[in-house]
Each structure stands twice: as C-alpha cells, then as structure tokens.
Design a protein around this ligand. Structure first.
Ligand SMILES: Cc1cc2nc3c(=O)[nH]c(=O)nc-3n(C[C@H](O)[C@H](O)[C@H](O)COP(=O)(O)O)c2cc1C
Length: 140
C-alpha cells in the first residue's frame, strides 16, 4: 500500500475542499495523510511514496508566502525523482501561478504523475472528478 501525503494550504477553503476530495478518494486504496503546510517538513519527504501539494494562487501569481512557500522551497532540494502532483484554486487571473509552479517542479526534476488540477474558486463537479483521478494516480 502506497504511503501518500496530501500537503496543502488554504485560506478560504477552496483548495482544502480539493485536498479533502483527494484524501477521501485515496483512503480505500492507500495510506493517505492530510497535512496542513505548517506541519510538513522536508525531513518527512522520504516517509512517503508520493506527495500531492496543494496551494491557491496568492500574492501576484505566487504560492502563499508565510507557510506554504517556505515549506515548499525547503522541500525542493529533495524533489528530484520524487513522484508528486499539484493542485489548487485561483480566481483573479487565468491560472498562471500553476503554470509557473509546474515549470518550477520540472526544473527540480520532480516527476509529475498527473496533470496539475486547478479550480476556479470553489471546485465544481468537474474539478472534483479530476481530483478523484489525481487520487487514483497517487494510489496506483
Ligand atoms: C491575498 C490574495 C492574493 C491572491 N492572488 C491571486 C492571484 O495572483 N491570482 C489569482 O488568480 N487569484 C488570486 N487570489 C484569489 C485566490 O487564489 C482564490 O480566492 C482562491 O480560490 C483561494 O483559495 P483558498 O480558498 O484555498 O484559499 C488571491 C487571493 C488573495 C486573498
């Protein structure tokens, strides 16, 4: 059974709804942990087979800067060859933050196991079903 971490930050609950959907969909097939970004450290990376990182667009097309960005930045040195997935919500622009984030993890040589899942505001049925697909890829 794969050990999966779903590591996220969310201010108003939209990214959290995606994280919970992924977590619930993983429960039957793997051993998932839902972890708020404050509580994740780079030392924990090796404890998991796969990690889904979730963060909304904040600042100016950036990751949330107080909790998520410092945590994620510290993890990057350990992401080479690591199987990960990305997700998050946005509402002011067109999803540029996720294109930038994807480029960043590609430079880190992380292995994206599923296309980044993005939600405009609160995730609708279509996005929630993509979250389920992402969960399936995490558990495979
Ligand atoms: C301080 C702040 C900065 C934001 N910056 C962006 C942005 O650069 N681009 C964007 O598309 N949305 C931006 N948003 C909108 C959020 O990404 C959007 O409301 C998202 O659904 C919040 O997700 P959450 O409920 O998981 O916190 C910003 C919101 C806040 C509060």
């Amino acid at each position: 059974m794969k050990k999966i971490a779903i590591v996220y930050w969310s201010g108003t609950g939209n990214t959290e709804a995606m994280a919970k959907e992924i977590f619930e969909a993983c429960k039957d097939k793997s051993d998932p942990q839902l972890i708020f970004s404050d509580n994740f450290k780079k030392e924990m990376i090796d404890d998991f087979d796969r990690i889904a990182f979730g963060c909304p667009a904040m600042g100016d097309e950036q990751l949330e800067e107080i909790s998520f960005e410092p945590m994620f930045e510290s993890c990057e040195e350990k992401l080479k060859g690591k199987e990960i997935a990305l997700f998050g919500s946005y509402s002011w622009n067109d999803g540029q933050w996720m294109r930038d984030w994807e480029e960043r993890v590609n430079k880190d040589q992380a292995l994206l196991i599923y296309e980044p899942v993005i939600a405009y505001d609160y995730p609708d049925e279509n996005v929630l079903s993509l979250c389920k697909n992402l969960a399936e890829a995490l558990c495979r």
